[in-house]
Design a protein around this ligand. Structure first.
Ligand SMILES: N[C@@H]1[C@@H](O)[C@H](O)[C@@H](COP(=O)(O)O)O[C@@H]1O
Length: 347
C-alpha cells in the first residue's frame, strides 16, 4: 500500500515550479525595516531558520533571526517592535502562530503570513501574505510544504538584498531547484535501500551537519521522530567532538548521518580527519562533494552544484524519502503518526 506522504514528496518539483514563478512584491513601506523575524512551529520553524540563514550569510545590513512561535511569545516578543515578521504555517491555524501575529501587531511590527491555506486565520491577521498553491498535504508530517515554504522565504530574503549581481546569480540557482528535486526523487529506490540496509534495528539516529545542512538535519530528524518514533540527536558537525562523541559506546545501536555541502578547500582535510574519527559509526554520507563519497559504502551524491545557502531543499528530500520507507518497514502509518495532529490548536 502506498501512503500519501510519498505522493506528496513526489509532488515537490511541481509545487516548487510554481513557487519559482511567484512574483515577490513586498510593499515598499515594509522595506524600511532593518530587523526581520522568521517565526514558525515544527517544520515551519525549520523553514524559518532557512529564511534567517539566508540573510545571515548574504546580508551585512539586515539583522534576521528565527524563533519557534512559542519562544517568541514567552521570551522574545519585544524584538518585534518595528520589525518585519514572517509567520510561516502550512495550516495557517497553529495557535501559537496566531497569538504571535497579534503580539507583533500590538507592538507596531508588520506581519507577512506564509501558508498553504488561503482561507486560514493566518491570512486574516496578516498585513500581507503568500499562499503556497497545492501545498496542503493529507499526510501529517510536512514534506512538499516544507520545501515550498523554505523556498518562498529564501526567495523573499534574496529579493531584499542590496546586491543586484548576487540576486541575479541566486535567482538562477533558484530556477534550477525544481529540476534537481525531480532528479533526486527519481532515485527513490536508492534511499529505500539505504533505509533497509542501515536504519532497521537502530535505536538512536545521530545527525551531523553544518550551515545549511545543519538546518536540513534538524528537519530530517523531525521526520524520523514523527514517522518512526525513534530518538534522534542533531549536532553541528564538529560539536559532536565536544561531549556527544561519548555516545560511541552504543555504536551498534546508532545510525549516523553526515550531511555536508562542499566546503572551501581549506577545511577539507579537517573534515576527512573527522570522518576517520567517527569511522566506527559507519556514517551514511549525504553530500555533493564526490571526494567524500569514498569514505562510506552508504553515500548519496546530491546533484546540487548551486549556492550553499540554497542547498536545503535538495538535501532534505533524501531524508523525507528515507523516513517514509523506514516508517513503512517498521509497520507504521506515516500519514497519521500516533498522537500527532496536523496542527496544534491550543496554547
Ligand atoms: N505535527 C505537526 C507538525 O508536523 C507541524 O510541522 C507543526 C506546524 O504546523 P503548521 O506549519 O501548520 O503551523 O504542527 C504540528 O505539530
Amino acid at each position: 500500500m502506498e501512503y500519501w506522504m510519498i505522493r506528496s514528496i513526489r509532488e515537490t518539483p511541481k509545487i516548487l515550479k510554481d513557487v519559482v514563478k511567484t512574483p515577490i512584491d513586498i510593499p515598499e513601506d515594509f522595506k524600511r525595516y532593518k530587523r526581520i523575524l522568521f517565526i514558525g512551529c515544527g517544520s515551519s520553524y525549520y523553514s524559518s531558520l532557512a529564511g534567517a540563514y539566508t540573510f545571515l550569510r548574504l546580508s551585512s545590513e539586515i539583522k534576521a533571526v528565527a524563533f519557534p512561535a512559542s519562544e517568541f511569545i514567552l521570551t522574545y516578543s519585544n524584538l518585534s517592535k518595528d520589525s518585519l515578521v514572517f509567520l510561516s504555517s502550512r495550516s495557517g491555524e497553529t495557535k501559537e502562530i496566531i497569538t504571535a501575529a497579534k503580539i507583533v501587531k500590538q507592538q507596531g511590527g508588520k506581519v507577512i503570513g506564509i501558508t498553504c491555506n488561503e482561507s486560514s486565520t493566518l491570512t486574516k491577521v496578516s498585513d500581507a501574505f503568500y499562499i503556497i498553491r497545492d501545498g496542503e498535504e493529507p499526510n501529517i508530517p510536512a514534506t512538499k510544504s516544507f520545501s515550498a515554504i523554505t523556498l518562498i522565504l529564501q526567495k523573499i530574503a534574496i529579493s531584499l538584498l542590496n546586491d543586484t549581481e548576487a540576486i541575479e546569480s541566486l535567482e538562477k540557482d533558484i530556477s534550477k531547484i525544481p529540476k534537481v528535486a525531480k532528479k533526486i526523487i527519481e532515485d527513490e529506490k536508492e534511499f529505500m535501500k539505504i533505509s533497509d540496509r542501515t536504519l532497521a534495528n537502530k535505536s538512536l539516529f545521530v545527525h551531523l551537519g553544518s550551515g545549511a545542512t545543519y538546518i536540513v538535519t534538524l528537519e530530517g530528524a523531525l521526520k524520523f521522530r514523527e514517522t518512526s518514533y525513534i530518538a534522534n540527536e542533531v549536532f553541528p558537525m564538529f560539536e559532536f567532538r565536544h561531549g556527544p562523541i561519548a555516545l560511541k559506546v552504543h555504536k551498534d545501536k546508532i545510525a549516523t548521518f553526515l550531511v555536508l555541502h562542499k566546503t572551501c578547500k581549506e577545511y577539507e582535510e579537517n573534515i576527512r580527519r573527522f570522518i576517520l574519527e567517527i569511522n566506527d559509526l559507519k556514517p551514511i554520507i549525504i553530500t555533493n562533494n564526490p571526494e567524500l563519497s569514498e569514505f562510506s559504502d552508504n553515500t548519496y551524491l546530491v546533484p546540487w552544484s548551486g549556492s550553499e545557502v540554497l542547498s536545503i531543499i535538495p538535501f532534505v528530500i533524501p531524508y523525507q524519502i528515507m523516513a517514509y520507507y523506514l516508517s513503512i518497514s517498521l509497520g507504521h502509518d506515516p500519514d497519521n503518526p500516533s498522537g500527532l495532529a496536523k496542527y496544534v490548536s491550543n496554547f
